[in-house]
Write a protein that binds this ligand. Structure first.
Ligand SMILES: *Cc1c(COP(=O)(O)O)cnc(C)c1O
Ligand SMILES: [Zn+2]
Length: 415
């Protein structure tokens, strides 16, 4: 049984009955991204603290009453969610905050937070009796759709921009997708996918447009809250591309607040790259988003025209958070720091969250008394080329002790 109540347009506020036949507000078209509203009064009777204590689903399905899906199609899926929330001992002391946590989304089945949305897309496609799901992506949405779909017996057609890293493409091809590599950037891949989806009638996983997907992404916030025993942090930090992840983070806390399970929504810090910062610019100028270049190593957040501007801005505005932007060098330093101090291998877009934390801490946006959660959105193994550029190629030694000793002692002198 699903507790969804209605769709509400984020642009004009008009509400509509839930239906698989509308994807955006008929009045506002593509600008009219819909939000799903729930019957919180009914859910309150079910999702009590006891509900969590007695729940043995260690995946996003433990939050079923807050998801827009029927239980029937959730039985045969990859295990998405319930990723660890690690308490930091080292970086916490280096940057002096009260508590610091890392939510490691790289441990999802296809190694990114996108699995939370993709598994929902696949369930919705099955509910709609579709056999093919399509999307355009800088990489992770695609590989995650492909993996989740193959488990659930669905076909996938994926549109990627020319620059998508090979680690992500190899995942896609192993999962058996029809891969369309578009000679252009993300915008071009998105536009072609939109036309193709209209032409062939495939199920649309383009995250910004499809209101179900943010509902999957919000489970990261539900988990963080539960893992912290509903004693929520002061700040939650995530990197931002299209704006769906940060919108989902807000929605998850919003739901729990409506249910009376938390007494406040944490401040949300959105992190963008200096080379691609449309949200940062719009938020600080107080103006609508403008298209920017896509000039950063953090390919997963290189989105020059974000598809979810309203939710991406509102998440930060309503939570009284802010946006920061970080350079590629700061992202690279953060990748090294996170690996060396915390044992987490993040892809550049994920390390950007840590770089944003450091920036906000130095600017005293985040204070010494604060408790902070940094979401690490994706795994570094997807993009080893960038990682090797940061740490350098390994040295090849002959197999004798003398050379080894020389090499080790030289290293120690240089440290
Ligand atoms: C998609 C993605 C993001 C940003 O999410 P948006 O919904 O596009 O804002 C951040 N990090 C990683 C690793 C991603 O794959
Ligand atoms: Zn509207």
């Amino acid at each position: 049984m699903s507790f969804t109540k209605q769709f509400k347009c984020t642009q004009c506020g008009q509400t509509y009955p839930i239906s698989k036949d509308i994807l955006v507000c008929p009045n506002c078209k593509d600008q009219g991204i819909l939000d799903i509203e729930y019957d919180y009064e009914k859910i309150k009777g079910i999702m009590t603290k006891d509900y969590f204590a007695n729940n043995n689903h260690y995946s996003i399905w433990r939050y079923l009453p807050l998801l827009p899906v029927e239980e029937k199609y959730t039985k045969n899926t990859l295990r998405v969610g319930w990723t660890p929330l690690y308490k930091s001992m080292h970086l916490k002391n280096i940057y002096h905050v009260k508590e610091l946590y890392f939510k490691d989304e790289g441990l999802n089945p296809t190694q990114s937070l996108k699995d939370r949305a993709s598994v929902i897309a696949c369930v919705k496609a099955l509910e709609a009796k579709q056999d093919t799901v399509a999307c355009s992506s800088t990489g992770n949405a695609a590989s995650s759709l492909a993996g989740n779909a193959s488990k659930m017996g669905l076909k996938t057609v994926i549109f990627v921009p020319k620059r998508a890293p090979i680690g992500k493409l190899s995942q896609l091809m192993i999962f058996g997708s029809k891969l369309i590599k578009v000679n252009g950037d993300y915008k071009d891949a998105y536009n072609l996918s939109k036309k193709a989806i209209e032409h062939y009638g495939w199920y649309n996983r383009n995250a910004a447009i499809n209101p179900n997907l943010i509902e999957g992404k919000k489970t990261v916030a539900l988990e963080i809250s539960e893992q912290m025993n509903f004693d929520i942090p002061d700040w939650v930090i995530t990197s931002v591309g299209d704006g769906c992840t940060i919108g989902g983070v807000y929605k998850g806390f919003y739901d729990l607040y409506q249910l009376g399970l938390i007494n406040q929504i944490p401040k949300i810090l959105g992190v963008q790259s200096e080379g691609c910062s449309p949200f940062y610019d719009a938020f600080h100028k107080g103006l609508p988003l403008e298209e920017t270049d896509e000039n950063t190593i953090a390919d997963s957040i290189a989105v020059g025209i974000p598809r979810n501007p309203i939710k991406g801005i509102n998440a930060v505005k309503f939570s009284k958070g802010t946006y920061v932007k970080v350079s590629d060098d700061e992202i690279k330093d953060s990748m090294k720091l996170l690996g060396k101090e915390e044992g987490i291998f993040a892809e550049p877009a994920a390390a950007a969250s840590l770089a944003g934390f450091i920036k906000a801490r130095h600017a005293d946006i985040i204070l010494k008394k604060d408790r902070v959660v940094v979401i690490i959105t994706g795994n570094g193994l997807k993009d080893t080329k960038n990682a090797l550029e940061i740490v350098g190629e390994p040295v090849l030694l002959d197999a004798n002790l003398k050379d080894l000793i020389q090499y080790i002692e030289r290293g120690e002198r240089n440290e």
